[in-house]
Ligand binder design. Structure first.
Ligand code: CAO
Length: 640
């Protein structure tokens, strides 16, 4: 038994780097390679692994402190003096394994993996090499992490196989086409069949193939409003499941909405071709369905073969898919001492407020992937939705709601939130926590506007247009946005710039049966009040009929949330990030107003303007509100 000091290793020349996490405690028994601290510069975060195994005697640093190469991190008690290896932390302990290279399979082949299209970025730094020579990787596993000053990118393996050689190291800078590694892919017996078949499936299972395979039909992603590369957040079925026409088979999610894709017919799922996290567009193959009433038994031909001849692919795929839908195993019951995750995952975890030590890792070498994080958040959400006495998470997966058994106090029901409600909850938490917002209040004298509107209302109704105060508000807000462009911006992720928009698209918060949705009315500054009333009416109808497409809800610059028809004198709406402003509208009422000589009854409309104080100053907001008020108080100005 001897004591050794573990110091900060070579961290690419960076100095005074902040410790954002200490992953171990005094008394812990740690292993070689276990993450002991996490460092973060303004560009990247780095796990510092332990170079030896043993028991932590003392820790010499604290979270928030700054360190450089050679600084003491901790003192460790090492069993067996000869085991104390010198500090060589970043590289993986794989050299001996290189002897096992060339797996001697009769038909294995070597594939070169190079940096894919990374959006034109050049000389991008490798901040993490997630694999070591000799490791087995699955297609899609992260192999390296690159980081520019804007973002970090996990580069996935394009094949399944064994790493024969790694050509780059942490700190290298790379561009598209640079060699990353050489992979020995197994192409013997079962695997190639499965692989080829998977690649062929989408083509061979077009409608014509359906009749040829005795009632097996390909179910593809339907029209999703032109949205492309939409993420699959849930796969609700697995091979072998029976589904009824209309049953949800997958759930897609854009940043604005989630969509359940229903089964077009009743039948038995033969195989599922996508998994959670995949990105899909219209026409992509979702699954093969043995349609009810079709010739099920007599066709051991293609469809039946698929189920049996590809065991390495299919059962695994279905296990992967069914797991996140109900599985709580994504959540560890005890915090893990060893947290291994790339910077992109750490950043996402911080954004979501997730404690990574509670996330079950499934990546190579115990690495937490983005999918693990999503599975964790999903499990947390499901837990609260399904367990009357066990809920500990809010809709966002944040562990902030106390676990209570309300049935002790009286009769209760547990009601599952709709997808939109859950999404809204997540967005609200993010917007409320991330956006420093202020709300300003005012009242607009809309007596003249109301007289004008009521005079026109009947005429408009005959044309099928409902003229409420809302279209006037949309028009006025659009004009106020043009006059006050500081409200028509979005902050950029780099924290150093913002996007100034030269179009004015206004979101309308609609209290729909599925939850709160925000369709977007385009170019409101260029349209007349009547045209706005017509289009807003159509969008609201679509929202109420659950017919909105993702494209209908994208591109908003500012949101109006009107509770005017419901009541209230004011509220504090939450900014719909990345927009920087939202107008809450309450119920107009007749109030006595002093005109200099006497009190006069005037119709006053309460306005509540919330804004992102990072983008908009109080003065800008005051000017915006005053301008808006002047437009609403003098309806003639709206037509200018
Ligand atoms: N003051 C007084 N009356 C108002 C009013 C106001 N501010 N706004 C609307 N009204 C009146 C309308 O004029 C209409 O009466 P008439 O038919 O006699 O003219 C009546 O209320 C019903 O209006 P409406 O609800 O049909 O239409 P709308 O254009 O006012 O609102 C919509 C449409 C979609 C904005 C609303 O239905 C809605 O869903 N609001 C909820 C928004 C929400 O939930 N926001 C989230 C709050 S937290 O951020």
């Amino acid at each position: 038994m001897s004591t050794e000091i573990i110091r900060v290793p070579d961290i690419g020349g960076a100095t005074d780097v902040e410790i954002i996490e200490i992953s171990i405690a005094v008394g812990d028994t740690i292993e070689v390679d276990q993450s002991i601290i996490v460092l973060e510069t303004d560009k990247a975060s780095m796990d510092v692994p332990s170079s030896m195994a043993g028991k932590v005697k003392s820790i010499s640093v604290k979270e928030g402190e700054k360190v450089s190469e050679g600084d003491e991190i901790l003192i460790i008690e090492v069993e067996g003096a000869e085991e104390s290896a010198p500090e060589a932390p970043v590289e993986d302990p794989a050299p001996e394994k290189s002897a096992e290279k060339a797996p001697a399979s009769s038909s294995s082949s070597e594939e070169k993996v190079s940096v894919p299209d990374i959006g034109g970025a050049t000389d991008v730094e490798v901040i993490e090499v997630c694999v070591a020579e000799g490791d087995m990787v699955e297609e899609g596993d992260s192999i390296i992490v690159l980081e520019t000053d804007k973002a970090s990118m996990d580069i996935p393996s394009p094949f399944t196989g064994k790493i024969a050689k790694i050509s780059i190291k942490v700190g290298d800078t790379v561009s598209e086409g640079a060699d990353i590694l050489v992979l020995t892919t197994e192409s013997s017996s079962v695997a190639p069949a499965a692989k080829e078949e998977k690649a062929e499936e989408p083509k061979s299972s077009a409608p014509a193939a359906a009749s040829a395979s005795g009632g097996v039909e390909s179910v593809k992603v339907p029209d999703i409003g032109g949205a492309e590369g939409v993420e699959v957040i849930e796969v609700a079925v697995a091979a072998g499941d029976k589904v009824q026409e209309g049953d949800s088979i997958i759930v897609l999610e854009t940043d604005k909405a989630s969509m359940e894709i229903p089964a077009p017919k009743s039948g038995t799922v033969k195989s599922v071709s996508i998994k959670v996290g995949d990105k899909v567009s219209e026409g992509d193959l979702v699954l093969e369905l043995e349609v009810e009433g079709g010739s099920e038994v007599p066709a051991p031909a293609p469809a039946a073969e698929k189920a049996t001849s590809a065991p390495t692919e299919k059962p695994k795929a279905s296990a992967e898919k069914s797991a996140p839908a109900v599985d709580q195993s994504a959540v560890l019951s005890e915090p893990s001492k060893k947290v291994h995750a790339g910077p992109a995952v750490r950043m996402l975890a911080r954004e979501l407020g997730v404690d990574l030590s509670l996330v079950r890792p499934t990546g190579p070498r115990g690495r937490i992937t983005k999918e693990d994080l999503h599975a964790y958040v999903k499990a947390a959400v499901q837990k609260v939705a399904s367990a009357p006495a066990g809920g500990v998470a809010t809709g966002s997966g944040l562990p902030t709601v106390p676990d209570q058994d309300f049935s002790k106090f009286g009769e209760v029901d547990v009601v599952k939130m709709s997808k939109i409600q859950r999404l809204t909850a997540q967005n609200m938490v993010r917007n409320a926590l991330v956006v420093p917002q202020v709300t300003q209040f005012d009242k607009a004298d809309i007596s003249d506007l109301e007289a004008f509107r009521k005079g026109l209302k009947g005429e408009m109704e005959k044309q099928g247009v409902k003229l409420t105060p809302l279209p006037f508000l949309i028009k006025a807000v659009a004009q106020a946005m043009v006059a006050n462009p500081s409200f028509n911006v979005s902050l950029m992720a780099d924290g150093e710039s913002y996007v100034q928009k030269h179009y004015v698209h206004i979101g309308i918060a609609v209290d729909s049966p599925a939850g709160l949705v925000v369709p977007v009315l385009r170019d409101a500054d260029k349209k007349s009040v009547v045209q706005i009333a017509k289009e807003a009416g159509e969008l609201i109808k679509k929202a109420l009929d659950k017919q909105l497409k993702p494209a209908d809800m994208q591109g908003g610059c500012f949101t109006i949330s009107s509770l005017g028809a419901i009541g209230g004198t004011g509220f504090t709406p939450i900014v719909n990030c990345p927009e920087v402003g939202i107008l809450g509208v309450s119920k107009a009422d007749v109030e006595p107003r002093w005109n200099g000589k006497e009190f006069e009854p005037r119709t006053m409309l309460p306005l509540c303007l919330s804004y992102d104080h990072r983008a908009v100053n109080g003065g800008d907001a005051g000017r915006f509100m005053t301008f808006l008020n002047s437009l609403l108080s003098d309806v003639r100005r709206l037509s200018l």
